[in-house]
Design a protein around this ligand. Structure first.
Ligand code: MRU
Length: 331
């Protein structure tokens, strides 16, 4: 891939240029990350997000640390800061561990090793994404065959497309593959409050690819499933524990329950870096991120003048709680 991915790419000076996901779908803007601290801020403030891409930027952030100071002690201390930047997506810790292992065991130039290791990790994620695309699309075709249908309605939550996993996504990868195979595919996109990754990001990605989709409020999926409008649900994940418990964007669990109640297949599409064999029981032990309550209190959109604006949508001092993820157990 030569360090060029859809959600981020390497500049000729060896820095990382990212699509600023906080501005989508209203403004397509990029930001250049020059230091490990830039990478940490981009992950924390969600300019980049989605388990896979967080891991990629974490790996490249370790490379930026090596570029700042060719000193293993410095690199390790920055790597530890990167590891702390978000708690739930284990791809972040997985990527940092791969980087530190490669750096500790090599006698070559630290910057070169860090760069080669990070780019290899990103390229491997691209290969995994293609495998998910093919496997997942075969599953879609089987569902269509079983139902005797020539089209398929898929429901997804949050964003697990190429903004979150290079370079085809995880949950959206089979949908992109369906389009490539000429399958008549339609996607129900959960808006995914409070940050609206579905409404803002998934819809933006699908629109760019000319894939038919309908954005639905988060509470609508159950009714659609009950009425037979959904053939399959597919989501990504931020961490899957050894017993198969799935941490994904808050609201995933309720969709899984509705799917279970209506006998609708519910798939979780993940690359290798999302597996955490160290945690046996996900419900008990996967750390769940709690984010700032203002993400719930304020909503961002275009005002009548076409300018991006944030407005308060509840009493200013209302109590809120903002868990980023929930856990779904395998039935
Ligand atoms: O808080 P986010 O936007 O980083 O959460 C992302 C998700 O929950 C995705 O569904 C997950 O990472 C799947 S793969 C991109």
């Amino acid at each position: 891939m030569n360090g060029q991915y859809k959600a981020f790419w390497m500049t000729s000076e060896g820095f990382i240029e990212i699509l600023d996901q906080t501005k989508l779908p209203f403004v397509e803007d990029t930001v250049i990350l020059r230091t490990a601290d830039d990478a940490i801020a981009a992950i924390k403030d969600m300019l980049v997000r989605g388990a896979g891409v967080i891991g990629n930027i974490a790996a490249l952030g370790v490379y930026l640390a090596a570029k700042e100071h060719k000193d293993l002690k410095y690199i390790v201390s920055k790597a530890n800061d990167i590891r702390e930047s978000r708690p739930t997506a284990v791809n972040l810790m997985w990527a940092v561990d791969i980087m530190l292992k490669a750096l500790a065991s090599s006698r070559d130039d630290l910057v070169e090793v860090a760069y080669a290791t990070a780019i290899q990790l990103c390229d491997d994620d691209c290969d995994r994404s293609i495998k998910i695309a093919n496997y997942g699309c075969d599953v879609f075709e089987n569902i269509m065959k079983e139902k005797g249908k020539t089209s398929i309605n898929v429901l997804t939550h949050c964003n697990a497309g190429w903004l979150g996993i290079v370079d085809d996504g995880s949950a959206l990868a089979p949908i992109y593959e369906a389009k490539r195979r000429g399958i008549d595919v339609h996607v129900y996109v959960d808006e995914t409050r409070p940050r609206n990754q579905g409404a803002n990001l998934t819809s933006w990605e699908l629109e760019k690819s000319g894939i038919e989709h309908t954005i639905i409020p988060d509470n609508t999926g159950g009714y659609l499933m009950q009425q037979g409008f959904v053939d399959v649900c597919i989501v990504g994940a931020d961490r899957v524990s050894a017993n198969g418990d799935v941490a994904n964007k808050i609201g995933t669990y309720l969709k899984a329950l509705a799917a279970h109640d209506n006998n609708i297949p519910f798939y979780v599409a993940i690359p290798e870096g999302t597996l955490d064999f160290e945690i046996q029981n996900g419900v008990k032990d996967i750390p769940i991120e709690t984010r700032c309550g203002n993400e719930i209190k304020y909503i961002k959109g275009l005002n009548k003048e076409g300018k991006v604006e944030e407005i308060l949508i509840m009493p200013k001092h209302a109590n809120v709680i903002n868990y980023g993820f929930d856990i779904t157990e395998v039935a």
